[in-house]
Ligand binder design. Sequence first.
Ligand SMILES: [Zn+2]
Length: 61
Amino acid sequence: MVRSDIRVCSAWESAHDRPVYTLSQQCPECGADAVNSAPARFGPEDPYGAYRRALKRRARD
Ligand SMILES: [Zn+2]
């Protein structure tokens, strides 16, 4: 699966009012590291996937 190359400033919460997205490895505004923009706060697919799989398994049993 090809993930998005969009990154987000790792220091945006202290350095900016809002997330600063970039395609480079550095924030263009403050120079901090830019990190993969799939932070935990957006909820990785996994918890829901595991939850659904668990439900499915239970329903089948
Ligand atoms: Zn920044």
